[in-house]
Design a protein around this ligand. Structure first.
Ligand SMILES: NC(=O)c1ccc[n+]([C@@H]2O[C@H](COP(=O)([O-])OP(=O)(O)OC[C@H]3O[C@@H](n4cnc5c(N)ncnc54)[C@H](OP(=O)(O)O)[C@@H]3O)[C@@H](O)[C@H]2O)c1
Length: 174
């Protein structure tokens, strides 16, 4: 069984994007970025919600992770813009199938809506939060609404020179 890891950047007040769905205030340079980019090589597949995928698409990025099996979850997209990017109509079913396989962990890229659905279905094994020294005050939460509280167990914490703290948690089985 492979693990599904929700790996995400958050503000100190728990937002993954601001109220306009903008993420440009997150710092894009620094030692935490180098670590993030190399950690992406440890995954075998990536799963993202339609809204997260469309953010890159607006800038012409059709295949954001060419070295990973790539899945975009959507009930409304008619066709994938890129042959390497697979469309999936049911995120929960996809996560179940991927977790049942052998192989490198699955990168759950976001966003909060998809992550919330997968937490509620008890399909997230780990959470890696890049906690940024930044406040939005309002915006998109880390998971959206959850049906119930999910206790997490801290596995590691790393403070970067950039001020970003990377926290890794295990999700307790429901
Ligand atoms: N800070 C970070 O690290 C980070 C990471 C990722 C994203 N983001 C930001 O987060 C924002 C997008 O996140 P979001 O929470 O609004 O949306 P999202 O989760 O990326 O996408 C939501 C869409 O995904 C589809 N979906 C979600 N759950 C599904 C399920 N169980 N089965 C089938 N389809 C499902 C639906 O698409 P349809 O409506 O087409 O059915 C839904 O409208 C963007 O602003 C992005 O920049 C930030």
């Amino acid at each position: 069984m492979r693990k599904l890891v929700y790996h995400v950047a958050s503000t100190l007040d728990g937002f993954i994007a601001d109220r306009d769905h903008d993420v440009s205030a997150f710092p894009t340079t620094g030692d935490h970025v180098d670590e993030y980019l190399s950690s992406l090589r440890s995954y075998g597949a990536v799963v993202m919600g339609r809204a997260t995928y469309e953010l890159g698409l607006r800038f012409g990025v059709e295949d954001p992770y060419p070295w990973l099996d790539t899945f975009v979850v959507s009930r409304t997209m008619a066709a994938s813009p890129h042959p390497h990017v697979k469309l999936e109509p049911d995120g929960v079913d996809l996560a179940r199938r991927l977790r049942a396989e052998d192989g490198a962990p699955v990168y759950l890229c976001g966003g909060g809506v998809l992550a919330g659905a997968l937490f509620d279905a008890s399909l997230v094994d780990e959470v890696v939060v890049k906690l940024n020294p930044l406040l939005f005050g309002d915006g998109l939460g880390l998971t959206g609404r959850l049906a119930r509280a999910r206790p997490l167990r801290l596995a590691s914490a790393k403070v970067h020179d950039s001020g970003v703290v990377v926290l890794r948690y295990a999700v307790d089985a429901a």
